[in-house]
Design a protein around this ligand. Structure first.
Ligand SMILES: [Zn+2]
Length: 446
């Protein structure tokens, strides 16, 4: 796409954002997220995109918009660290995607399949011209078609760094010889790389070559594989579903230790696996309320896909259950060991409606054994620390970026309560119940 066309598309999406410069939440219960605590009856003042007061009632600045927070809970907005923003032939859905992230209280999204359009969208959002989460974006994917030789990957890394992408996206199929050049060049140019762990690379090389994040827990199940070599994608199946009966269970602890020692962060996208392996029909999955906001043809395709998986399962029920149990054991053990976890669900992707699926992922993390507080941290303070913004984002505290969600019910009691959204604030812009409903209704299918 030409630069002019990109600018034109970005402008199409842009609209006036009548940002109130000062907003006061009064009588609200604050969940600051730097400790597991609910601060009752707080006044929170936001001015020009920053939180300027959290505490006792205080005279509202002149011209401030007042939000009655009595009976409600104010939490930091969350991040989606395995996001996708449609591009190319799907670019027409980019605006819907960004709006849904915003309406679900996703204030920061890391796009994992980048295109030039995303650089323009990222900048328009940052300038306040376009409603959406603060974007980080990878460049176009490194895979078996693009990353074919050391020379090809070195050129790609340099081009993506120069174009201003935030990170590189690794897909399956990158051969070892190309990967080594990719990692060396990326580390030299200081551009992070993240995503899948190609079978030919394997977990240990991924860890030592300093992946920024490993997504989907890719490569962990494979690191326990004790069956016939070489392990092929066909035998491995969906993230190792095919090999769960051929694992050396004694390696589990060593895998956890090695991941911990590497410092590499995990973006598990567990909800994707839970849905893939479950017995829920496509009709049941796509009957969840958020699906009416997504592109009808894609919802229909997701429904058909999942109904097909139920009628012709990719593995017997007990094998699928073992796969999910092992992944949950990994989530719990890695988290307990101190491995950094970042919230990511992979949306829009099978059965994941942008924004809302990040909340479903919180539930999947709790199902794996995290407490609601620990799960919420993966989308708030953990992301801030990862981005070098500890105390300045992902937290309700004076001086922090004003990315907030106002909830009807306490998420520390039940993680499902993160979906009881009253309103959202992105970078200081408040979208209250009426405006939120109007924006969501505009996207709803009849
Ligand atoms: Zn993805």
């Amino acid at each position: 796409m030409s630069r002019a066309l990109i600018a034109a598309v970005a402008l199409l999406f842009a609209h006036e954002s009548p940002a109130q410069s000062t907003v006061v939440f009064s009588g609200v219960s604050v969940i600051p997220m730097d400790r597991e605590e609910v601060l009752a009856n707080q006044t929170v003042i936001v001015e020009n995109g920053r939180i300027t007061h959290v505490g006792a009632a205080r005279q509202a600045p002149a011209g401030a918009l007042s939000v009655d927070g009595r009976g409600k809970f104010l939490v930091p907005a969350i991040a989606e660290f395995h996001a996708h923003v449609p591009s190319g032939s799907q670019a027409v859905h980019a605006h819907r995607t960004l709006t849904l992230y915003a309406m679900a209280g996703v204030a920061t999204a890391r796009g994992m399949l980048g295109a030039p359009l995303h650089l323009a969208l990222r900048d328009s959002i940052a300038r306040g011209q376009l409603l959406g989460p603060r974007l980080l974006t990878s460049g176009p994917s490194f895979n078996n078609n693009t990353a074919t030789s050391p020379g090809a990957v070195m050129a790609m890394v340099r081009e993506q760094k120069a174009a201003g992408y935030d990170l590189l996206k690794i897909h399956p199929g990158v051969p070892r010889i190309a990967f080594d050049s990719l990692a060396a060049t990326a580390n030299r140019l200081r551009i992070p790389f993240a995503g899948h762990v190609p079978l030919e690379i394997g977990l240990d090389v991924a860890l030592t070559s300093r992946y920024s994040t490993i997504d989907h827990l890719d490569g962990l199940v494979e690191a326990m594989y004790a069956g016939p070599q070489p392990l092929t994608p066909q035998v491995n199946g969906f993230f190792g579903l095919g090999i769960v009966r051929q694992l050396d269970q004694s390696r589990f602890d060593a895998v956890v230790r090695r991941v911990r020692a590497s410092g590499v962060a995990m973006v598990p996208t567990q909800i994707l696996m839970d849905n893939y392996a479950s017995d829920a029909t496509g009709d049941a999955l796509t009957a969840l309320p958020e699906f009416r906001y997504w592109v009808p043809q894609q919802v229909a395709a997701w429904r058909t896909n999942k109904n097909g998986l139920v009628s012709q399962p990719p593995a017997p029920a007990d094998q699928r259950a073992e796969f999910i149990a092992l992944r949950r054991r990994f989530v719990k053990a890695l988290h307990e060991a101190g491995v950094p976890f970042l919230l990511g669900s992979d949306a829009p992707q099978l059965w994941n409606v942008p924004g809302f699926s990040a909340h479903r992922e919180l539930g999947a993390l709790v199902a794996a054994g995290l407490t609601p507080y620990q799960a919420l941290r993966t989308g708030t303070v953990n992301v801030a620390r990862f981005m070098g913004e500890e105390g300045r984002s992902g937290i309700v505290r004076t001086g922090a970026r004003a990315d907030l969600i106002l909830l009807d019910a306490n998420p520390l009691q039940d993680i499902a309560n993160t979906l009881t959204i009253q309103g959202v604030m992105l970078n200081g812009r408040w979208i209250g119940p009426a405006e939120r409903e109007r924006l969501l209704n505009a996207l709803a299918n009849p």
